[in-house]
Structures are given as C-alpha cells and as structure tokens.
Design a binder for this molecule. Structure first.
Ligand code: 5GP
Ligand code: ZN
Length: 116
C-alpha cells in the first residue's frame, strides 16, 4: 500500500536514504533529519496512512504495533527510564508536514509542558 508521491513510503521502500535504527514487522524507525532533541526518531508504518486517526479507522492493531515499536526504540536509545515524548502531529494546523503517519520519539533532554 505505497503512495508513489509519498516521501516516507519512499524511505520504507529504500528509494530515499534514511538513518534507519529499527526494522519491525509492521514499522520502520529512522532518525529525524532535523532533530529537536538528542533522541529524535520517527516510527512509521510500512503501509501508507495519512495520520493516526485514519490508521485507527482502517487498520485495527497497527497503532498498538507502532507504540510498542516506539517504546523499543526508546529502550534502545536509553531514554525509556528518563522519559520520552511520543507525538502524533495531526493536521497542518498542528504542525504535520508529512502526511504519512509517524510517531516522533523525543527524549534525552527535559521536555517542557505545554508544548509550543
Ligand atoms: P511532522 O512535521 O509531519 O510531524 O514531522 C515530519 C518530520 O519529518 C519533521 O520532523 C522533519 O524534520 C522530518 N523529515 C522531513 N523530511 C525528512 C527526510 O527526508 N528524512 C528524514 N529522516 N526526516 C525528514
Ligand atoms: Zn506514505
């Protein structure tokens, strides 16, 4: 289920290079090109879904796998005990710029609340 015009589908397919840190059965995790924290990894489903709500509506179980795999990334990065933030920007008004579902895994520094 790849979208030929989607940047993250191209990363899944290996057509666009990325620093991949984990290959899961249903997900791929790679470092964000413009990191906002010492750990900033994007965890994406192999299948194309524009956002989390769409994935939840069309593929029950996918978000469970995504969150499990995001936690494994946090463990591997050594930020699970200090704490990490999992972010799904949904919609342009919330800062979403790539419309292939991705969880940001952010950690390795103090994270303020409320977010900007
Ligand atoms: P959004 O703003 O949609 O929540 O997050 C998209 C993220 O993708 C941004 O943090 C941005 O830095 C990252 N990004 C955009 N293009 C690329 C790319 O080509 N490679 C990687 N590794 N990250 C990218
Ligand atoms: Zn895609």
């Amino acid at each position: 289920m790849a979208d030929p015009d989607c940047l993250f589908c191209k990363i899944v397919e290996g057509e666009v290079p990325a620093e991949i840190v984990r290959q899961g059965e249903r997900t791929v995790a790679f470092r964000d090109i413009n990191p906002q924290a010492p750990t900033h990894v994007l965890v994406i489903p192999r299948d194309h879904h524009p956002d989390a709500a769409s994935a939840a509506a069309h593929d029950s179980g996918l978000l469970d796998a995504l969150v499990r795999d995001a936690h494994e990334v946090a463990v591997a990065e050594g930020v699970d005990e200090t704490g990490y933030r999992l972010v799904f920007n949904t919609g342009a008004g919330a800062g979403q710029t790539v419309f292939h579902l991705h969880a940001h895994v952010l950690g390795g520094r103090g994270l303020n609340w409320p977010p900007g």
